[in-house]
Each structure stands twice: as C-alpha cells, then as structure tokens.
Design a protein around this ligand. Structure first.
Ligand code: NQM
Length: 305
C-alpha cells in the first residue's frame, strides 16, 4: 500500500504488450515517456490534479527492451510537480541510456540546474493544459529560461490547439529551441489541410529550431480504431496530421510512446502496436531513421551523434 489512490476511471498501463512487427532501427529513441513513483518511494505532488498508477523505471526499461528501443527521454509529468527526483533516479539508473525533461520553479538555483544537467536533464517543460496544471506566469517562465539557457537546454511546451493563437507570440519570444508535445493537440475531427492545422504548421515554419513530437495518436484520435487486439489500422484519423509534419519537417520531428499513458479512460493502447503505427506516419526508411534515431540523438545525445 502506498497511501495513494489512483484517480477513478483511469486505466492501468497495458501489461504484456505485443512484440512489434516493425523492426525499430538500431539506436531508436522513445522521446516521450514518464516514470510515476512508485508513490511509496517517490510521493506524488500535493498540488497534482490526478493520481496515476505507479510506473517504475524498471518497468520503463523493460518496455524499452521489449519493443527494441535503445534510449528513453523521460518527461516530468504534472503529478510529480516540480519534484524531479523520480525522473532523475531513472536517468541515473539508466547507464546513460535515458535523458530527461524537468519541471522547474522560478526560484530554482544555478546549483540545482547544474545537478540536473549532470544527471542527464536537457530540457524544461512548460505545461499549459488547464486540466493538468495552473500555468505559471509568463515572466516566471522567462526567468527559468534564463537559468537553463547557459546549459544548452530547450523548452518543451504542452498546450491545446485552441490556445495556440494566444500563446504563439510568447512561445516565439523564448530564446532557446522549443519542442512541441503531441503536435499541439490538433482536433483530428477537422481537416488536416484546413486552416487550424495550417496555423500550427505555420507556427513551426516561424523558426528553424521548433521541434515537434508526432506522438499520442491514442489521445488525439476521434474515430479510432484503438491499437488493441492486433489492430493494424489503428488511429487512421491521426495519420494525415502526423504525415504532414513528418514530411515537411523531417529533421525536427520526434516520436515516443507516452508510456504509461496517463489520464486515459477510454482505452489503453498496446505499446507494441503503437510502434507498428510508425511506418504509417513516416512512410520511408529514411524518414523513419531521422524520426526515430537521428533527430532525438542530435537533440538529447549530441555527443553521440
Ligand atoms: O503524458 C502526456 O504527455 C500527457 C498527459 C499528462 C501530462 O502531460 C502531465 O501530467 O504532465 C495528458 O495529456 O494527460
């Protein structure tokens, strides 16, 4: 017993994922995943808006090996607030095979940033999704950027598509590279060639150092079908959105599982089938190598590039 009770309706991550049919290229990176607790060892943050089920570093590394991945980027999720200890513990245990993205408060010290850097953190995440967090004032975020810039870190931003018009100028004022979570969460019931997604692509065109994660079809899908029970045509409605991004920005796209898939209540995907989704959004071996290996390695392990 950890004393933490998972948010009602929240599904557990999928135990026993299938082995993907698509063979990942050597050096493939899961550039968006999380560790949660275990709560007994790494308590969840008092200010959290949900309580996840535990998902430990060992379980993450077992999934990495099962799927044929080489490396992980562990992204701090809001349920751990700005207490990065579970994420850092995973980085330290990974033998250099995991890098991290932290959450920082405005009063973070240079010594703390240096320690995170030494542990393998390479970015800070700013979350604007209201169901997850009360976003910090923009000036606080810019103060944090000043702290991390000397270390060559980037800023990961998570927002809903409807909020991009209000946030765009702020994002473009951030003087370090940006990484966008989950394609800026487009409404996939809309036309992938329509004005809303075009506005997102236009934002990516505004600077050459804005990267985009083509992740989370399981969150973005409206018409499915879900990646379960061997389904080979999962999330078809998301494919044209992701392909537009991959084909126009082949050198600044990233892919990840989003394991353990927090906050899903409808279905929990089979991570092996999520790997099998990749060839649909990156149709050539060259695009797949950039998406899965070259781009994340350049951003998170430049010394190995
Ligand atoms: O896993 C994700 O990236 C997405 C999340 C959770 C999250 O980002 C967080 O808690 O910080 C979501 O949409 O609920």
């Amino acid at each position: 017993m950890t004393g933490f009770e998972k948010t009602p309706g929240w599904l557990d991550w999928y135990a026993g994922p299938s082995r993907p049919e698509f063979r990942l290229p050597e050096g493939a990176v899961d550039a968006h995943c999380h560790v949660f607790g275990p709560g007994e060892e790494f308590p969840y943050a008092p200010e959290r808006k949900y309580t996840p089920c535990d998902a430990s570093k060992d379980q993450l590394f077992a999934l990495r090996d099962h799927l044929g991945l080489t490396r992980n980027v562990v992204v701090q999720a809001t349920c751990h607030g700005a207490d990065n200890t579970a994420m850092v513990d995973a980085l330290r245990a990974s033998g250099g095979r995991a890098r991290g993205v932290a959450t920082l408060r405005r009063d973070v010290t240079d010594a703390e940033v240096r320690e995170l850097h030494e542990a393998g953190v390479r970015g800070v995440r700013f979350n604007f999704v209201r169901r997850l967090v009360d976003a910090a004032p923009q000036q606080d975020l810019l103060d944090i950027v000043e702290r991390i810039a000397p270390y060559g870190w980037h800023v990961v931003v998570y927002f809903e598509a409807a909020d991009l018009p209000d946030l765009r100028d702020f994002f473009l004022s951030i003087p370090v590279p940006l990484v966008i979570d989950h394609m800026g969460r487009p409404d996939t019931a809309k036309d992938p060639d329509g004005p809303d997604f075009e506005a997102f692509l236009d934002f990516l065109r505004a600077r050459p150092d804005i990267w985009c994660k083509v992740t989370c079809p399981e969150r973005l899908t409206v018409s499915g079908p879900p990646a379960l029970d061997g389904e080979r045509r999962a999330y078809r409605d998301v494919v044209p959105f992701a392909r537009r991004v991959v084909e126009e920005f082949p050198d600044r796209v990233l892919w990840g599982t989003d394991w353990p898939h927090p906050n899903l209540t409808d279905h929990m995907p089979d991570d092996g089938l999520l790997v099998d989704f990749v060839p649909h959004i990156a149709p050539t071996p060259e695009l797949r190598r950039r998406l899965l290996v070259d781009n994340p390695t350049r951003l998170y392990w430049p010394e190995a590039d």
